[in-house]
Design a protein around this ligand. Structure first.
Ligand code: PGA
Length: 240
């Protein structure tokens, strides 16, 4: 895993955005899988600004959602699709037909997951990831093996409680759909993004604990092209 450590949060945002712009310029047809949550929002804002300044374009690209909460109303601001729209898609130039989202309201969730994987059609060019305090990636909670497929999952208590930061009500989601570890690990390139002090301990464990499905993020260490983007506070417990 390549470690990209930035001195400040603005430098971290700028670094990730600069790399991302470069990837898109080199391959305008880039097929990406993108997370939501708080971690990527400042990066999405920078990227949206770059699109508006016509420095980069998503016109030929494709974007797939990484995960989605079940049991929230379609217009709930905490739905991953709505977060991604609010922070990136509404301000970018991606054609709607090149956006693929996991739909938790589908009648047959297994068929929905298979159709999503079929739409991806092969390895993603780039997967961006945040990390949960329990080391989950997307909604691949501890116990998710390297071969896990895109599927319905029950959320761990820590993830349910964390989701309170995204919604404005008490009906917290208890399950979701997620791209599986298999599709993440098969991607051509993976970036794990972490900022802030609250992520320092899980980032230390991701790097130092035994590689195990008990800590899904640690499985990224066997990926041949994975980079960890950390700001100084998230990197605080890493040795040089
Ligand atoms: P966060 O969530 O970006 O809001 O911290 C990350 C995650 O739980 O995967």
């Amino acid at each position: 895993m390549n470690l990209l450590r930035f001195d400040s949060e603005p430098a971290w945002v700028n670094g990730a955005t600069t790399f991302w712009r470069d990837r898109l310029r080199l391959n305008p047809r880039l097929r990406m899988c993108l997370p939501t949550g708080h971690t990527p929002n400042a990066i999405y804002a920078e990227m949206a600004g770059a699109v508006q300044r016509k420095e980069v374009s998503f016109q030929q690209a494709a974007i797939f959602t990484l995960d989605e909460f079940g049991g929230l109303a379609p217009d709930d601001p905490g739905r991953c699709i709505n977060m991604l729209k609010r922070h990136l898609l509404d301000h970018a130039d991606l054609p709607a037909k090149q956006f693929y989202a996991l739909n938790p309201d589908a009648r047959d969730l297994d068929a929905e997951c298979r159709a999503f994987e079929a739409a991806a059609g092969g390895p993603f060019d780039l997967v961006l990831l945040g990390i949960g305090l329990n080391g989950h990636l997307g909604m691949n909670e501890p116990g998710s093996g390297a071969g896990s497929e895109t599927r319905r999952v029950d959320l761990h208590e820590i993830t349910i409680n964390s989701s309170a930061r995204y919604v404005t009500h008490q009906q917290l989601p208890r399950w979701g759909l997620t791209v599986g570890m298999k599709q993440i690990l098969e991607a051509k390139e993976v970036w794990l993004l972490a900022n802030g002090e609250r992520k320092a301990e899980i980032i230390r464990r991701t790097i130092s604990d035994p590689m195990s499905e008990a800590l899904p993020a640690s499985l990224l260490r066997k990926h041949p092209n994975c980079s960890l983007f950390v700001d100084a506070t998230a990197a605080a417990k890493l040795h040089s």
